[in-house]
Ligand binder design. Structure first.
Ligand code: NAP
Ligand code: MN
Length: 255
C-alpha cells in the first residue's frame, strides 16, 4: 500500500502533515497512491478526490467536522493507527457522472458536490429533460445539480433542500430563474430518484460556464449536458461514523 498527503496551505495543516509523515508507515507516493490523507476541509478533499478518484480517501478536518472528512484533529492518533494497521471501514459514496458536449470540448467528469451551468451576463435558456421527457424550458442565470452530500454546499446557498446523505438522490436547483407570463419554470428545488437521468439542452448554442465541484470550463457553443448518479463511486475511509445531524449541527448550528 502506498499513500500520499493532500494538505491545505495553512500553518496548522502543514504542521499536521509533518506529524503524519513521521507516523505513517506506508510508502509515500504522489503518482499512484492507494490511500490519500486529506488534511484541511471539504474543499481540500474534493480537490484530492479529483486527482486520485481510485484511492481510498481519509479526511482529517482541521476545522469543524465537515461533510466528507471522517476524522477530526482529536482523532489523529486513531487515524494513524487505522491506516498503519489496515483496520478501517470504507464508505462508498455516490457521485454525479457529467457528460458535456459543446463545439469546443467534450467533457466526461464526476462531481462530488454539484455541477452548475451559467451564462453571465445574458440569461441562459435550456430545455430540461428528465429521462427523455421534457420538464420545462428554463430561462435565468443557471442551474445547479447536486448530490445529497453536495446539498449543503452551493445548493444550500441557493435555498435548495438539505438532503439526508442516507438518501440517494439528485437535486436540481435554479439560479435566479426568470418567471413571467412568457417564461414558466417549476421555481422550486426538485429532488429526483437515483435512477433519473437529467439532460440540459441548449436552445441557442450560447457560450456557457460549466462548473464541476471546484473546476470550471468556459465552453463555446454549448450543446448539452447529461447528468446521472454514479453509485458507490468514491471510497472514504473511516473508523466511526459521525452522524449526519452532528455534521449539520457543527457546520451550521453552533451557537
Ligand atoms: P471555496 O469557495 O474555497 O469554499 C467553499 C466552501 O464550501 C468551504 O467553506 C467548504 O468547506 C464548503 N463546502 C464544500 N463542500 C461542502 C459540502 N458538501 N457541504 C457543506 N459545505 C461545503 O471552494 P472550494 O473549497 O474549492 O469548494 C468548492 C465548492 O464551493 C463547490 O463545490 C461549491 O459547492 C462551493 N461554492 C459555493 C458557492 C456559494 O455557496 N455561493 C459558490 C461557488 C462555489 P471547507 O472550509 O471545509 O473546505
Ligand atoms: Mn475551501
Amino acid at each position: 500500500m502506498k499513500y500520499c498527503i493532500f494538505c491545505k496551505n495553512d500553518a496548522f495543516s502543514l504542521e499536521i502533515k509533518d506529524q503524519l509523515l513521521k507516523a505513517i508507515k506506508l510508502e509515500y507516493c504522489e503518482e499512484t497512491p492507494d490511500i490519500v490523507i486529506v488534511v484541511g476541509g471539504d474543499g481540500t478533499l474534493i480537490n484530492a478526490a479529483h486527482k486520485h478518484p481510485k484511492a481510498i480517501i481519509f479526511g482529517l478536518h482541521t476545522g469543524h467536522v465537515g461533510f466528507y472528512a471522517n476524522y477530526t484533529i482529536a482523532d489523529i492518533e486513531l487515524m494513524i493507527e487505522d491506516i498503519n494497521s489496515g483496520n478501517y471501514q470504507i464508505d462508498d459514496i455516490d457521485t454525479l457522472c457529467c457528460e458535456v458536449k459543446s463545439d469546443s470540448a467534450e467533457i466526461l467528469n464526476f462531481a462530488l458536490n454539484e455541477m452548475t451551468i451559467i451564462t453571465p451576463p445574458r440569461t441562459l435558456i435550456l430545455d430540461v429533460f428528465i429521462d427523455n421527457e421534457r420538464l420545462e424550458t428554463f430561462r435565468g442565470t443557471g442551474l445547479c445539480v447536486s448530490t445529497a452530500y453536495g446539498s449543503t454546499a452551493y445548493n444550500k446557498s441557493l435555498h435548495g433542500a438539505v438532503v439526508d446523505t442516507a438518501i440517494k438522490a439528485i437535486q436540481i436547483t435554479e439560479i435566479a430563474g426568470l418567471n413571467s407570463n412568457a417564461y414558466r419554470t417549476l421555481s422550486s428545488s426538485f429532488v429526483l430518484a437515483k435512477e433519473r437521468v437529467i439532460t440540459l439542452k441548449s436552445i441557442n448554442d450560447v457560450d456557457v460556464y460549466v462548473t464541476i465541484d471546484n473546476l470550471s470550463y468556459n465552453l463555446h457553443n454549448f450543446k448539452s449536458i447529461k447528468i446521472s448518479l454514479k453509485e458507490k463511486s468514491l471510497r472514504l475511509g473511516y473508523h466511526n461514523k459521525t452522524s449526519y445531524l452532528e455534521r449539520i449541527k457543527r457546520t451550521f448550528l453552533c451557537e
